[in-house]
Ligand binder design. Structure first.
Ligand code: SAH
Ligand code: SF4
Length: 363
């Protein structure tokens, strides 16, 4: 005989928690009370929920648990960036990064253990894929980081923005990601505005359409190349969802998005995608999509063949885009000394399926 695993309350968004409370004969407002305890106050013990009757607390304890991922390490960069490693099962870790920038504090969250998409310039992609993170493991990163960061003297949280730009492709872990997004937005949980929550995707076209319907938040699209030939090589998922389809999906998304532009991310790889000719081709490609560009100087990792474009080249490329009227920023490299910069998050992945071709039927 074995007992069924208790339900982890961090896996539910609010409608899910209400439904579960009803299934155990409890009123919806109890679910809302508990949600506030879990996410507003970061409670990890039913005993802390002092406005619930003792009998209800005992009942919840017998049926459910509060199980965030296990925090195994924290590291602080000299520039204020902080990184935490969370254990998500035997031999697997994911990383989450806090990046302070003036008034803004951004948490960069992971959605998968590794990634199956094997973008050539990405350390996570080179590690292979193990599994999707559960909702509790995605929201658990914000849960832990809020605990660790605390609040400012006014009582506001230090984490004002969330970007799903850590390990993994969020739109290939759709349901768990959307549930975690709903929690980020929910006033009973984290209450962030849709404009302050950004999903970054390599361009999973059908899932972009679904996201626009289900949970529109700010969208960043990892472009990295101005034509299919180069993008097929750098971002292999392009073979399945080529640029024409991707641009059309960006246009459709904007009908629902909380912002009136798409952010295109573009990693600057020396001699590969960073010439003036590439910039011109890019301008023609995005002509019909209201957008901003975020240029990301390539962050090297062991055994990579790529090099970061020189700063003068990044500036020239940026000027070409800006001369055409496109707002273009260059991402500051943060947290490099603790391997917390974009594309450097490696966590620990026991690879179970490296081949993008096998998982996605590409090529
Ligand atoms: N899978 C999603 C989100 C995670 S990657 C996506 O691809 O959008 C987050 C961002 O970091 C992406 O724009 C990605 O292209 C970029 N990135 C990956 N590796 C990088 C590296 N080595 N240097 C700089 N940026 C990198
Ligand atoms: Fe995956 Fe994004 Fe890295 Fe590509 S860039 S391998 S989609 S995490």
């Amino acid at each position: 005989m074995f007992a069924p695993a208790p339900v982890n309350l961090l896996d539910f968004d609010l409608p899910g928690l209400v439904a579960w409370f009803e299934s155990i004969g409890e009123k919806p407002f109890r679910a809302r009370q508990v949600m506030r305890w879990l996410h507003h106050f970061g409670a990890d013990d039913f005993g802390q929920m002092t406005d619930l009757a003792k009998t209800l607390r005992v009942k919840l304890e017998s049926l459910a648990c509060i199980a965030p991922p296990v925090l195994v390490a924290g590291q602080d960069s000299s520039d204020g960036t902080r990184k935490w490693a969370l254990e998500v099962g035997v031999n697997n870790r994911v990383e989450t990064v806090f990046i302070p920038d003036g008034e803004r504090g951004t948490l960069c969250v992971s959605t998968q253990v590794g990634c199956a998409l094997e973008c050539r310039f990405c350390s996570t992609g080179q590690q292979g894929f193990n599994r999707n993170l559960a909702t509790a493991e995605i929201i658990g990163q914000l849960w832990w980081a809020n605990r660790a960061m605390g609040r400012d003297p006014k009582g506001d949280r230090l984490i004002s923005n969330v970007v799903l730009m850590g390990m993994g492709e969020p739109l290939l872990n759709y349901d768990n990601t959307v549930r975690a997004l709903q929690l980020m937005l929910d006033d009973y949980a984290y209450g962030l505005s849709r404009r302050r929550v950004t999903v970054s995707t390599s361009g999973i076209v059908p899932a972009m359409d679904r996201l626009g319907q289900d949970c529109p938040v700010a969208l960043a699209v990892s472009l990295h190349a101005p034509n299919d030939r180069l993008r097929d090589e750098l971002v292999p998922i392009n073979r399945k969802y080529p640029l024409k389809e991707l641009m059309a999906a960006c246009g459709r998304y904007l009908e629902f998005a909380p912002r009136d532009f798409i952010t295109f991310e573009y990693v600057m790889l020396d001699g590969i995608n960073d010439s003036d000719a590439h910039a011109r081709e890019l301008l023609a490609l995005v002509r019909e999509v209201p957008c901003k560009f975020n240029l990301i100087p390539f962050n090297p990792f062991p055994n990579t063949a790529y090099k970061r474009s020189p700063a003068t080249r990044v500036r020239a490329f940026s000027s070409r885009l800006q001369e055409a009227g496109i707002v273009t920023t260059t991402r500051k490299t943060r947290g490099e000394d603790i391997d917390a910069a974009c594309g450097q998050l490696a966590g620990k992945v026991e690879d179970r399926s490296r081949r993008v071709e096998r998982r996605l039927g590409v090529a």
